[in-house]
Structures are given as C-alpha cells and as structure tokens.
Design a protein around this ligand. Sequence first.
Ligand code: NAD
Length: 393
Amino acid sequence: MSKIVIVGAGYAGVMAAAHLDRAGIPFTVVNNHDYHYFTTLLHEAAGGRGPAENYQVPIKEVLRKDTSELVIDEITGVDREKKVVKGKAGEYAYDYLIYSLGWISEYFGIKGLKENSMSITNLDSAVQIRQHIENEFKAYTQDHDPRHLRIALGGAGLTGIELMGELVDYIPTLCASLGISYNDVDMQCIEAMPTILPMVAEHLRPYVFETLTKKGARLRTGTKIMEVTPGVVHLDGGEKVEAGTIVWTGGVRANPLLADSGFTVDRRGKAKVNSFLQSTDDDHIFIAGDSAWAEDENGKPYPPTAQVAEQMGACVAHNLAALLAGKPMKNFKASLKGTLCSLGAEVGVGDAFGIPIKGATAGLMKEGSKIKYLWELGGVRLAGDRGKNVMQL
Ligand code: NAD
C-alpha cells in the first residue's frame, strides 16, 4: 500500500486530509500543532474579539477514521531522492507527499524589521499581539509615556486593514477598563503605495477610510517604512514614529523549505506545479495552498488566499485517490467567489462573485463564510459545534 504523508494542516492540508479521511485512504498528517487554526481570522484573535480557542479546531475532530494518523512535529526539510520528509523529532517516509506548509512574513530586506516588529503568523503570535497591546496600555497607567498608546501597523493590505478594524472596536473598551482617554491613543496604518486595499474596488476604498478614521484610526498612504529600530519606525520622509506596538502586515512569502529543498520557485518562494498540482520537479509530490505556484488557464498565478488553498486541498486529495486507483486526474481550476475584508465585527467591504459590497451586508457575508468553511471541513458536526464559537453566538 502507498504511504501518503501530508505536511502542514493549514487550509489546504486539512482539507486534503478531510477528503482522504472520508474516502478511507490511509495517510499521516505531520503538523506542528494538534489543532488547525483559521489563518483568515487571526486579526480577530489579535484584536481581542474572541479567545484563541474560538479560532481553532482539534485536528482529531476532522480526522475520524482509524486509517488517518496525526503526528506532531516541525518539518525541517524534504529529501526527494530518499522520499523522506525530515522533522525535528523524526523522519517520515512517503510514496506520495502533499506539501502544504503555507507562508511566512515577507520582510523585503528592510533593516531591523523582523527583529523589532511583531507579525500575525499563527494563533500564538496573534494572542501575543493582543497581550502586548494590553501590557503597553497598562504600562501607560504607571508612567504616562505616550509611546505606550501608539500602535503602528506596516502595510494596508487585507491583513493590516482587518487588524485595524478589530483595534478600533477593541481599544476603546480596553481604554475604558484602564481609565485611559481614547483620545490619547494613536493607531496608524502606514502604507507605501498611493492607495489602501488594491484588491477592493476603488469606489469602495473611501468607505474604508471613513469607517476606520471615524473610529479613531489613521490610514497613511504613500508612506514607506525604510527601517525599524527598537520602538521606532523610520519612514521615507525622515519621520520617526515611536510606538510601543509595531506590527508588520506588509506581505507574505511561501515557506522557505521549498527553495531550500531544491524546488523550482518563483520570486515569493512558491514551487511550480502542473495543472494536477504536482510539483514540476517531482510528480510524487503534490503542492497545495500558499506554497503552490499554480496558474489559471490564462497563465495568471492564483493568489495566496484561503479559498484557493481549500480548493487545492480538495483537488490534491481527489487526484491522489485517482492516481492510486489508476484513474485520470483532474485539472485544478479555482472558483473565485470574491474577497471580503472585515472592518470590525459589524461591517466589511469587498465583492461577492464580482459584485461590490460594503457595510453590514459584507460583514454578514464574512460571518457566513466562517460557517460555510466549517461545513466543508466537517459537515453539520463541525459547523454546529465550532460555528457557535467562531461566530460568538
Ligand atoms: P499584502 O501583500 O496583500 O499587503 C501588504 C501591504 O503592505 C501592501 O499594500 C504593500 O504595499 C504594503 N507594504 C509593503 N512594504 C511596505 C513598506 N516598506 N512600507 C509600507 N507599506 C508596505 O499582504 P497581506 O495583507 O498580509 O495579505 C497576504 C495575502 O493573504 C494576500 O494574498 C491576501 O489576499 C491574503 N489575505 C486575505 C484575507 C481575506 O481574504 N480577508 C485577509 C488577510 C490576508
């Protein structure tokens, strides 16, 4: 019997695992936690909307059959010649590998940025950001140093704007609980490009500005971060922003293991795949999610989004099952349903199937997308049990 190993239980890996589990095909998932977390909702955990446990599902709740095995380990490399993935705790031999180790922050070589900022890369780091902000605000009540109340976010893409949306809802409550005037808080999102949210229709961007600035945020465009030293963001015009909390939300790249393991990668470290999502370097390796350099029928690379990752996960499970059964595999084609950007718990902005939406409609659709995802992962069982947590019902 062929040995199947899945590395990484993000959106792509866990979806592939759920499909193989349902099909009763034996496999092993190697992941660094025993839970799968919702990467697209980490800004909620960082901004204090809900406790960390609301944003995760134990992998054992997804894998129900005894043909599925979960191993907790951190993967450090792939030896394609020996067909072995290496972890810190052991080695895992495979006949077929599903590689879905996701992304890391992209720092673009900006001096001091990695060392002197936080980033929302996983559930732990999201919780650390919330705790850090709370500690800074508590410190302000002791020494009244205004730097404790300054929060600087670097980059106004979806991550930066969604995090700011959470902060403008949460920080007033935090201030009230500590006896701090919200007027003394300075929260700024610093964006190098002339506009925020390039993926959202241009005519909707003023709504984002209005919603967030009315609630106390500053959105600064055309302002590039050049360097970060401890507690200081250095901007291109020479201005220095002294901030107790500095969060980098300026971009992502694929996990570097792919490049380190000799795969053909693009400028953001994604490995080239064919239309079946097999590595072009090795057809025993399927690559799914933000690590995959996959293109649509017009040669346009798919974006590193959760909806694409989930669909890739389902596709690699299907193709692997087909391959093992001697049946034809199918070409991957993502169905792009749109982009939704929350602006706090109530409202949002984006598009559904190309139709621009904003306000409560977008906020509700974003909430609905949480249940839809859980449904696809584990049917009524997960949507019912976990859905009420993640939607705080
Ligand atoms: P991004 O690359 O989309 O946005 C980063 C922003 O940072 C850009 O606007 C960029 O111009 C800016 N930036 C880069 N360098 C800078 C500098 N030196 N100074 C100031 N600004 C700088 O990154 P992201 O927002 O983390 O998103 C990453 C991926 O994840 C995207 O594909 C996105 O679609 C996806 N994502 C989706 C959702 C959602 O669907 N709601 C949420 C978060 C992320």
